[in-house]
Write a new protein. Structure first.
Length: 164
């Protein structure tokens, strides 16, 4: 360790005073740049982005709170008996008219759509068809006509008759 230090000291003494000043300024500038880029810039960048990050995180937190309230409300609802749920689904499909047919297959219900107008499908999906109804497969194709419509099938998982 003494060997490299002795060589560096000898080199420094051999330099002219003007060269020592220039080299000292260069080392100081590089040191200052390193201190800035490694120690000061990252925390300052974080401080500058903190207000935007806070707004984003607050929005996400509020969204999660709304979802929590919604989930608790759904949990508090009384469970619809499976037979009643099947009846509600059949009534809802009948409201769609001849463009929709429903087939019950055990604990699944297959809804087949034939050129059902987009407005009718979106209103049907948004309506309350009873709790406990979960789509497990959706195969729909949008038909582009003067009035866009949907053709395809949707498979719903129904609660079993034994489940309550």
């Amino acid at each position: 360790m003494k060997h490299w230090y002795a060589g560096l000291t000898a080199y420094w003494r051999a330099l002219a005073p003007r060269e020592r000043s220039g080299l000292g300024l260069a080392v100081g500038a590089v040191s200052l740049a390193l201190v800035w880029s490694l120690l000061l810039a990252p925390p300052l960048r974080i401080l500058r982005s903190a207000p935007a990050t806070t707004v984003e995180l607050n929005g996400a937190f509020e969204h999660m709170q709304r979802l929590q309230v919604r989930a608790r409300a759904l949990q508090a609802q009384a469970a619809v008996p499976p037979a009643e749920l099947r009846r509600q689904l059949q009534d809802a499909v009948q409201a769609l008219g001849s463009k929709a047919t429903l087939q019950m297959q055990g604990d699944r219900a297959v809804l087949t759509l034939t050129e059902l107008p987009s407005a009718d499908l979106s209103a049907w999906l948004a309506s309350d068809r009873g709790q406990g109804l979960r789509p497990v497969q959706v195969h729909l194709r949008r038909d582009e006509h003067a009035n866009p419509s949907w053709t395809g099938s949707m498979v719903f998982q129904l609660p079993s008759v034994d489940a309550r």
